[in-house]
Design a protein around this ligand. Structure first.
Ligand SMILES: [Zn+2]
Length: 491
């Protein structure tokens, strides 16, 4: 066990997410309690950080641990809706042990790439189980990561969610796909409540949340009940909001209003609410999100991979919406690299902007990817190096090529870093990555287990995959035609 009190000495430290100082950090009981310029006192156990750049851990505002075992299983031309149609083949037949394994390999990747906390919308088919949710919570606890573990839940299949989709399918497919049912939402929420009430790990690091998957995939009474439960249990709630153009087109068809207006009318929007993606949001939706204290998690890589678009992050931030950054799952981003997400958050803002004044700057992007995401998770004092804030720290090698020569440190981190210079990761004062190894997980054993599980699950889901591959193409064509026929006032 490391000493309860440590002086981290000799690093170039990003203080308050604002400026770098040659400073020493006193860490006690998982928290930064003091910052000394220079070397600090001499009578304390020391961790030598000379040659390191010390920054707060990156916070992944949106991912799916179940996606890690599905890595490599998403067609390279898949749109989001096609991907969703394929979910039964990607995620079906999983046991609680598979959920645990997927969360462990997901956590290992995030730690290796400098992420110390994540908001995990974890999915299980046909619906959540207590053992599955507990397995995921235990996986993060064992890995030493912070996480919000939110069951990703729905009471409509994609065929029930998108108006007109079933009618557009050929007869044989309509019969098979139209017959698929998800569990009743009352039953689903009862299981969630049971899992929360018997939460298996301390909630200081790993706590529960709620994840109604996509508004269109959840009936209105279900969404209202989710909001009420989140409020009663004081937990964060996250959904996929306006990820694709199709979702806004379907919202007009189903609700006669935008997705955000609909959620507002149902009472979902509040400071505990965050929407993942937010690609297709108009100005009125941004204003409504800001007014209610709700947030958006920007997932730039997944939005590019699935061709969903580029979220209007500048406009959202200017409207007063709280913004975080996420990677989305390892199977829709092909990586859970928060440094990549951070860089894209800054660079993609340039594609949409009319002038350089409205680009997302390096420091702004960095704050979104640290304390910004943490706030949306309901974590207090996470994502910044300051007295009283969590000792979640990354140690970068300042002799690595990204920093040679070293001039504008934060800019060089945001625009160059990809975790290649990452040497140590600390979470709550404990080292979880050092010497090229994740210290809290047996990565070699996980690698073997993941390969075995993938083989077994692919075989078990083979028949389903034949069906969903064909269905996915039909769903994609339907969405394409429906969007082409339905202009939206946003682009
Ligand atoms: Zn997602």
């Amino acid at each position: 066990m490391p000493p309860a009190q440590t002086l981290i000495r000799g690093g170039l430290v990003l203080v308050e997410n604002d400026h770098f100082e040659q400073a020493s950090l006193l860490v006690r009981d998982s928290v930064i309690v003091d910052i000394f310029q220079g070397d600090g006192p001499d009578d304390l156990p020391v961790m030598d950080a000379s040659g390191r750049i010390v920054i707060p851990g990156l916070v992944n505002g949106h991912t799916h641990s179940h996606g890690a075992l599905g890595r490599g299983g998403v067609a390279q031309d898949a749109t989001l809706e096609q991907f969703l149609a394929g979910a039964p083949a990607l995620n079906g037949q999983r046991t609680a042990a598979d959920m645990r394994l997927s969360a462990q390999i997901s956590a290992a990747e995030m730690i290796r790439k400098g992420c110390t906390a994540c908001f995990d919308l974890t999915g299980e088919l046909p619906g959540p189980t207590v053992t599955g949710l507990h397995a995921v919570a235990e996986a993060y606890h064992g890995a030493g990561m912070r996480a919000v573990v939110a069951p990703m839940i729905a009471d409509r299949t994609i065929y029930q969610a998108l108006p007109g989709l079933l009618a557009a399918l050929p007869d044989d497919m309509r019969q098979v796909l139209g017959a698929i049912r998800l569990p009743e939402w009352e039953q689903t929420l009862a299981i969630c409540e049971e899992a929360f009430a018997s939460w298996p790990v301390p909630v200081d690091r790993v706590r529960p949340g709620l994840g109604p998957a996509i508004p269109l995939h959840c009936s209105d009474p279900f969404l209202r009940a989710c909001a009420a439960l989140a409020e009663r249990l004081d937990m964060p709630l996250q959904t996929h909001l306006a990820e694709t153009r199709m979702q806004q087109v379907a919202a007009q068809d189903r609700y006669g209003m935008t997705l955000t207006a609909h959620l507002g009318a149902l009472g979902l929007l509040s400071p505990r609410f965050s929407g993942a993606h937010g690609v297709w949001l108009d100005d009125a939706e941004a204003a409504l999100l800001a007014k209610t204290g709700a947030g958006i998690v920007h997932n730039p890589l997944s939005n590019l991979r699935l061709g969903s678009g580029i979220a209007p992050i500048r406009a959202l931030a200017d409207a007063g919406v709280r913004v975080g950054v996420g990677t989305d799952a390892a199977n829709t981003s092909d990586s859970q690299n928060m440094f990549e997400a951070l860089r894209l958050a800054a660079n993609l803002s340039r594609v949409r902007a009319n002038s350089a004044q409205s680009w997302v700057a390096a420091q702004e992007a960095f704050c979104m990817a640290t304390e910004g995401s943490a706030r949306l998770m309901g974590f207090d004092r996470i994502g910044r190096i300051a007295p009283g804030w969590a000792a979640d720290l990354l140690f970068l090698d300042r002799t690595y090529c990204h920093y040679v020569p070293l001039r504008d440190v934060l800019s060089q981190i945001v625009f160059s870093e990809n975790a290649a210079a990452l040497r140590e990761v600390m979470i709550a004062g404990d080292l979880v990555f050092a010497g090229g190894k994740v210290l809290t997980l047996d990565e070699a054993a996980l690698q073997q287990a993941a390969q075995d599980a993938a083989q077994r699950l692919d075989a078990a889901n083979l028949e389903t995959r034949l069906l969903t591959d064909a269905a996915g193409l039909l769903v994609r064509s339907f969405c394409h035609a429906r969007c082409a026929a339905h202009p939206l006032p946003i682009h």
